[in-house]
Design a protein around this ligand. Structure first.
Ligand SMILES: Cc1ncc(C[n+]2csc(CCOP(=O)(O)OP(=O)(O)O)c2C)c(N)n1
Length: 327
């Protein structure tokens, strides 16, 4: 694999910073009662979304999950309509009626976030089938969690994608928990990637907190898919620093389902800090260059929040609009 260019690395760092700051701001706003609905953040998992999408073109597809802000931003989702959607405003991606778990932008291949665990798997598989039938050269990437890999849709999708050699890359973000249950208590295998063997496709385990490793592995899987050689399963080992859903302490109380030292241990593997120390030590970037990107991301997010706050709510009489496709 050729060395990743400085430009590409900077772009990936900018994306990770944007995701991190977007979600930190969102978490705080939700706790202040400014954001309706439910919010699941992926703080700590930024490298997998970023590295995967950096290997795709605008016309490639992704499907996302309930924890999707990072995937959407990495694929090119715009900050202002995303933030406005989270605030339930008319200027949002779904005119303020979808919220965090229903953001889509077909113009850049985002087939949708999804509140149904495992539902993105058949959608991405279908997109891969369409690409193959049209000979369009597009690839579909499916993001899903370790919990979703225990759903029937996972096996059905991998089976048919492998049998028909569909151009799909299945990306499991294994953050060790499904809601409040440890994956190891409900999953038959230690590594989700092992399940690839049962469907006769490559299964690769990678450090999901290393954006370069994620980018390089996904690039190989995408190239294989474009050559018509079929799907790959990539398991990104990662961790979510926050709860399953923002505000869960409100109903969990002091009950804890994760050891505090485990959280601390994973925070030491922060995808942003490890990137910063690696590439400033190698002389690729100066601290000042990275600081400037951080400040830029922070300005962009502040603007998006203001845009959302200044935007109108949808009118009550619009509640039933856009419920069904016109076709
Ligand atoms: C079909 C279905 N079953 C159960 C739920 C409730 N639920 C929401 S998120 C979640 C856990 C998902 O875990 P995982 O796929 O590992 O993703 P993570 O939250 O760890 O990112 C569950 C069980 C749901 N939304 N849909």
């Amino acid at each position: 694999m050729a060395e990743v260019s400085k430009e590409k690395l900077l772009k990936m760092y900018r994306t990770m910073q944007t995701i991190r700051q977007f979600e930190e701001r969102l978490r705080d706003l939700f706790k202040e009662g400014k954001v309706p609905g439910f919010v699941h953040v992926s703080i700590g998992e930024e490298a997998s979304a970023t590295g995967v999408c950096a290997a795709l073109t605008d016309t490639d597809y992704i499907t996302s999950t309930h924890r999707g802000h990072g995937h959407l931003l990495a694929k090119g989702g715009k900050l202002k309509p995303m933030m406005a959607e989270l605030f339930g405003r008319k200027t949002g991606y779904c005119k303020g009626k979808g919220g965090s778990m229903h953001i889509a932008d077909f113009s850049i291949g985002i087939l949708g976030a999804n509140g149904i665990v495992g539902a993105g798997l058949p959608i991405a598989t279908g997109a891969g089938l369409a690409a193959k039938m049209k000979k369009s050269g597009q690839v579909a990437v499916c993001f899903f969690g370790d919990g979703a890999s225990n759903e029937g849709t996972f096996h059905e999708s991998l089976n048919i994608a492998s049998a028909w050699k569909l151009p799909v890359v299945y990306v499991c973000e294994n953050n060790l928990y499904g809601e409040f249950t440890a994956g190891k208590d409900v999953t038959s295998v230690k590594d989700i990637a092992d399940r690839a063997r049962g469907h006769d496709m490559p299964g690769v385990i990678i450090n999901g907190n290393d954006v370069v490793e994620v980018y390089e592995t996904t690039s190989e899987a995408v190239a294989r898919a474009r050559r018509g050689e079929g799907p790959t399963l990539i398991e990104c080992k990662t961790y979510r620093w926050e709860g399953h859903v923002v505000g869960e302490e409100g109903f969990l109380g002091k009950k804890s389902y994760r050891p505090a030292d485990e959280i601390e241990e994973w925070k030491k593997r922060c995808p942003l800090i490890t990137f910063e120390s690696r590439f400033t030590a190698s002389g690729m970037f100066t601290k000042a260059e990275l600081e400037a990107i951080k400040a830029e991301a922070s300005r962009d997010i502040a603007e998006a929040v203001q845009y959302a706050i200044d935007s109108p709510l949808p009118a009550p009489e619009e509640a039933m609009e856009d419920m069904f496709s016109a076709a």
